[in-house]
Design a protein. Structure first.
Length: 745
């Protein structure tokens, strides 16, 4: 009798201690420990889950475990409520009330119940009576469940951190744009109001602090190349974005590395993964997989043409395209770590035969295919492939993107009732919205888009294709910063492809092969071009009306330098004579930089990049502009090209505020100053321009006033202009601002 009393007392004291377990993990710990047993009071041919609902021994064992170890009835009730629907629907039974079962057992009855030890349970025995896990076994089950679910929740929390990071980045962009807008607005208002003498000193001091801060940011963050003076030029098959973009990407990568490396709860006696190394492998594999999935919508968002982030921050397509590429690389590496981790766990548990069994499971092989597709996307997206084989790259990119998204959907569909698809559906929504907006732009240009006509003609002397598109039904007037994507419907094998082109100008004239071009040459934006050309990084592609025009006209003119692929096929259409083609026009795209707010503007351009300064001239020289000086430094190969471009700008180039230096680099017959009296402001030279000298002269001429330096040309030229701009900032010319026109795929 005494022995019985002592045993009862020890168990009671143990129960008091154990009863401190609370929260949702306590019922789960009971369920986990009891799940190792098979009870003999149900038919063996039934599924394990159906037997778990119908087995009275199992349910009683569970409820007694709840009573002994779990502190709060609400956690127990929540567990029963969660389990009951499945048992009602699939097993045809209703789980009994907790107290209906437990109240039938007296304290003496509970003491007499068999206590199940871990070493007994882990051999998966069959039982014919009620059991309760002993304290040590329950504690192991509790810590196992607590660690597993805590990790599951922290994985998801860290996945959402990706969005917090980019919200901060975008907020900085929006704030910077607002500050710039307010600053320009205040500058314009200075002419309309006077500052009281009492506040003049304070105003000057505040402005000096603001200007000094902006100059420091431009000098060290926003203008320089990431390394040395190489930014537009690639490093082999790799491109490095400007320093501010690189720093943003670096912080994003570092954040992913840190979040994939921290906060792992490794416990002793873990029932699922007894060894700590096995726990770490499982948790790292889960963490990388979940964060990779969480990053998916960001990849799609940053890769769209119609990206709302471009509109609200004012950053160019190239900026978000760089983010798109690097987020995709991080996602792929995380997916590889996730897949390799699970592969290693499977091989360690059962070898290759076990691994092959997993390949028969729908979710598993879909996950493997998703990782393979993502690796293929990464392999075929290097800069060299994008540049040399853009059309092949584009097709591969679309196909494997669809495969990756489709297989990822089925990979995560089985988990937690498909809740992980919260990261899959936004990708589809973003893709659909982008296509809808593309269609909207096409319909805005012509409500009967398949009836849009274009006349194309090729001039072998200048190696240029001219495309005149009927824009009489266009609902959106072209603005500074405009470029369009063009589909050629008559090119049957490539109808699905679209390529971006700058708009040279608009005119009401009907084009014939004998007409001399009235405006600067626009160039193709496709990445397969060889020489320098205008592009959309900063979106400085402007509509240019002929100087004598009094109202907008309806003919959109694109002047295209043919290279490989699409442009080569376009030239072949009109090689012998002008030809009419059916086209789809998608646009306009792009935004403009407010160059008219700068007192001084310097353009350093090469070849067809001359379209940038000439397309801005009429706006820069307008009454509303603050521009006092415009300098254009243009490097061009042929003298004939020079004459054909400038003939339509006699009026604008004769303005005393405009100076133009033309450097003819390859035409041996070119001579200095051969353009005649009509172009007295244009100086023609026969050597390559000294970029540093041109930038330095412009900076000294502007002094501490704002100076916009715009580069559009070969990668080497752009890097030289960028480097010279940074040096001018270092020398104390705080008003220097650098803009580069280069499309970054």
């Amino acid at each position: 009798m005494l022995v019985h009393v002592i045993s009862f007392t020890i168990l009671a004291l143990a129960n008091v201690t154990i009863a401190l377990y609370s929260g949702k993990y306590c019922p789960l710990a009971c369920e986990t420990s009891i799940s190792y047993l098979t009870f003999n009071d149900t038919d063996p041919w039934l599924s394990r889950k159906v037997r778990s609902c119908r087995s009275e021994l199992r349910i009683t064992s569970l409820y007694l475990c709840f009573d002994e170890y779990c502190e709060e009835d609400r956690d127990i009730t929540r567990w029963i409520v969660d389990q009951s629907p499945w048992c009602d629907e699939h097993a045809g039974v209703t789980l009994p009330s907790f107290h209906d079962v437990v109240d039938r057992w007296t304290s003496d009855d509970k003491v007499g119940v068999m206590r199940l030890h871990a070493d007994e349970a882990l051999v998966f025995p069959r039982m014919s009576k009620v059991v309760i896990p002993d304290g040590r076994f329950f504690e192991r089950a509790f810590t196992t469940m607590e660690a597993a679910f805590w990790e599951y929740e922290i994985h998801l929390v860290y996945g959402w951190y990706m969005y917090y990071f980019w919200i901060i980045v975008v907020s900085i962009g929006v704030t910077t744009r607002l500050i710039s807008f307010i600053s320009n607005h205040n500058t314009q208002d200075k002419r309309c109001r006077s500052i009281p003498e009492s506040g003049l000193e304070s105003s000057i001091k505040s402005r000096n602090i603001l200007v000094a801060s902006q100059a420091w940011l431009k000098h060290y963050l926003t203008t320089p190349a990431t390394f040395g003076d190489r930014c537009s030029r690639p490093y082999g098959w790799c491109t490095i974005p400007p320093r501010i973009q690189s720093l943003t990407i670096f912080v994003f990568i570092a954040l992913n590395i840190v979040l994939c490396s921290c906060s792992y709860r490794l416990t002793d006696g873990n029932l699922y993964w007894p060894q700590r190394s096995a726990q770490l492998l499982r948790f790292v594999s889960d963490r990388t997989g979940i964060i990779s999935l969480a990053n998916f919508p960001l990849v799609w968002l940053f890769g769209m043409r119609n990206d709302v982030l471009i509109w609200i921050t004012g950053w160019g397509f190239g900026t978000y395209n760089a983010f798109h590429r690097w987020v995709a690389r991080v996602v792929t590496i995380q997916a590889v770590v996730h897949s390799l981790g699970y592969t290693l766990m499977i091989l360690e548990s059962g070898g290759w035969s076990n691994f092959l069994k997993y390949w028969t499971q729908h979710y598993f092989w879909n996950g493997e295919l998703a990782t393979i597709a993502m690796c293929a996307l990464l392999a075929f997206s290097f800069y060299g492939i994008r540049r040399a084989h853009y059309e092949t790259f584009l097709i591969i990119h679309i196909v494997f993107s669809i495969i990756a998204l489709w297989t990822m959907y089925y990979h995560v569909e089985i988990f937690t009732n498909g809740e992980w698809n919260i990261f899959i559906w936004p990708c589809l929504v973003i893709w659909v919205l982008d296509r809808v907006m593309r269609l909207g732009r096409i319909l805005a240009f012509n409500r009967n888009p398949f009836n849009t006509k274009a006349t194309v003609s090729y001039d072998p002397s200048s190696n240029l294709v001219r495309m005149d598109v009927n824009g009489s039904k266009n609902l959106i007037a072209p603005k500074p910063g405009t470029y369009y994507y063009i589909y050629v419907l008559d090119d049957l094998l490539y109808t699905h492809q679209s390529h971006p082109f700058t708009l040279a100008y608009v005119t009401s004239d009907t084009y014939t092969s004998s007409v001399t071009p009235l405006s600067p040459l626009a160039s193709e934006l496709s990445p397969f071009r060889v020489s320098s050309s205008i592009s959309t990084e900063s979106s400085e592609y402007n509509v240019l009306l002929p100087p004598s025009a009094s109202k907008p006209s309806s003919n959109l003119v694109f002047l295209i330098r043919p290279y490989n692929g699409f442009t080569s096929r376009l030239r072949s259409h009109c090689l012998l004579h002008p030809k009419k083609l059916r086209v789809l026009i998608e646009g306009p795209y792009g935004h403009n930089v407010s160059l008219h707010n700068f007192p001084s503007v310097l353009f350093v351009v090469g070849g067809t990049g001359i379209a940038v300064p000439l397309s801005h001239l009429s706006h820069l020289l307008s009454i509303s502009s603050h521009v006092q000086s415009v300098k254009i430094v243009w490097a061009v190969r042929e003298h004939g090209f020079l004459a054909s471009v400038l003939c339509g700008f006699i009026g604008l180039l004769s303005d005393e505020r405009v100076q133009m230096e033309v450097h003819v680099t390859r035409d041996e017959e070119a001579k200095d100053d051969v353009l005649g009296e009509d172009f007295r402001s244009v100086r023609v030279l026969t050597h390559r321009p000294d970029v540093h000298e041109a930038v330095e002269k412009a900076a000294k001429g502007a002094g501490q006033q704002r100076l916009a330096i715009v580069a559009c040309g070969p990668a080497l030229m752009a890097d030289q202009v960028r480097k010279a701009s940074v040096e001018m900032l270092r020398s104390g010319y705080r008003g220097v601002e650098y803009f580069e026109e280069s499309f970054k795929w």
